[in-house]
Design a protein around this ligand. Structure first.
Ligand SMILES: Cc1ncc(COP(=O)(O)O)c(C=O)c1O
Length: 396
């Protein structure tokens, strides 16, 4: 049989999705499964976006420009201006989700064997994107004991080698909920300028910043024009994960010129979804106020309930809608599978994401899970109760 590539073999499975067949089996057994594994919000998509797709006047569902339709990019630039981020439409390339923006960023700035420094734990698919680009992830360790606070900035500097091309942060963070302060962004900016590196910030959760703290974008940082690359997406902002629309933003013309070649190779981002995303930009602030309130309440309920379980440690998220919980078990992979295969409370069980896949350091995070608080409070309370009952009887 012809052989699969080494790269293909090295591609990690997504810890968020790899247990799906076990969930399917649980459904077949008639069980209800609470999905805490994936960041698929249950929040309604703005009606204005859904309507735009229903009433469009297209005769031909044609390609758009590779960088995305000009009208949409102009409006994205306006959206950024409202967020005190000043970019032009030609600093923006519309992509098929933030996922493709990450691939374009890696493709544009790294060569095989280059290194990218990433605070760990990180969004699991950074491992996959790095593998597919032949890039080595160099982790900066953050710990649950310190609420996943960023380690001293000097720790980053120690890791910089001649192969380092970029520092990649996720702000607010998936899976930790960590929200970077303005001071931290300034320190990171100083490092990337000093060592002439790129700073990639995945800001797909920009709006989801809690407790009165404002998000500070790397695009707001003066003097970082040639270094900053922002990854963005409509997926979470407007609960439009299935639209598959995101963007890459940089004031560095060479980055945009290069990313555009990757964009041309895949022809264009989805046309109908750009129409929906353009309409979504008209979503009133009241929608976000309600959504943010809802997530804060969910977070508070979830963290309180988790803290009530003996032996469970949890960091308090300040943004996004995830948390890492450390459980009194040895292997969360086996535990998560067992929950789906062999455990239920009155016919109901939970699906969680084993956290080891959110680290690149082998053997770390084995007793942790990532929980997405994308379900209503009642379901979250039920889910945590299922975890609590499961931990009483589970044997590693
Ligand atoms: C941190 C982060 N970045 C990027 C993505 C990719 O999102 P999408 O491709 O749906 O825009 C996700 C999805 O969960 C995410 O959590």
């Amino acid at each position: 049989m012809p052989r699969i590539s080494k790269k293909g073999q090295d591609m990690p499975e997504s810890p968020i999705r790899k247990l799906v067949p076990f969930a399917e089996n649980a459904y077949k057994q008639g069980k209800t499964v609470y999905h805490l594994n994936i960041g698929q919000p249950d929040i309604k998509t703005p009606q204005i976006a859904l309507d735009a797709v229903k009433v469009h006047s297209l005769d031909i569902l044609a390609y758009t420009r590779s960088e995305g339709s000009e009208g949409y990019r102009q409006k994205i630039a306006n959206y950024y201006a409202k967020n005190d981020i000043h970019v032009k439409h030609d600093d923006i390339i519309v992509t098929t989700g933030g996922s493709e923006a990450l691939l374009f960023a890696f493709g544009s700035i790294t060569d095989v064997d280059d290194e990218v420094i990433i605070p760990e734990p990180f969004y699991a698919n950074y491992n996959g994107f790095s593998t597919s680009s032949g890039v080595k992830v160099v982790p900066v360790i953050s710990k649950i004991e310190n609420n996943f606070a960023l380690p001293p900035i000097e720790e980053f500097e120690k890791l910089i080698t001649s192969k380092t091309k970029a520092i990649l942060i996720c702000n607010p963070g998936n899976p930790t909920g960590y929200l970077y302060s303005k001071e931290e962004i300034k320190k990171l900016a100083a490092i990337v300028k000093k060592h002439d590196l790129f700073l990639i910030a995945d800001e797909v959760y920009r709006e989801f910043a809690y407790d009165g703290v404002n998000h500070y974008s790397i695009l707001q940082e003066e003097g970082l024009e040639n270094h900053a690359i922002v990854i963005d997406s409509v997926s979470k902002r407007y609960s439009m994960c299935g639209a598959r629309i995101g963007c890459l933003v940089s004031k560095n013309k060479e980055v945009i010129k290069t990313a555009l070649k990757f964009a041309q190779a895949r022809l264009s981002p989805p046309t109908l979804a750009q129409i929906a995303s353009e309409a979504a930009l008209e979503t009133p602030q009241s929608y976000f106020d309600d959504v943010i309130n809802e997530y804060v309440e969910r977070r508070n309920v979830l963290i309180e309930e988790l803290n009530n379980i003996e032996g469970v440690q949890v960091a308090n998220p300040k943004g996004a809608f995830y948390c890492i919980a450390q459980l009194p078990i040895k292997n969360s992979d086996a535990f998560a599978q067992w929950l789906l295969e062999s455990f239920d409370v009155d016919g109901e069980t939970v699906m969680v994401a084993p956290a080891a896949g959110f680290y690149s350091t082998p053997g770390v995070g084995l007793n942790q899970i990532r929980i997405a608080y994308v379900l209503n409070k009642e379901s979250l309370i039920k889910s945590v109760n299922i975890l609590k009952e499961a931990l009483k009887v589970y044997k590693d």
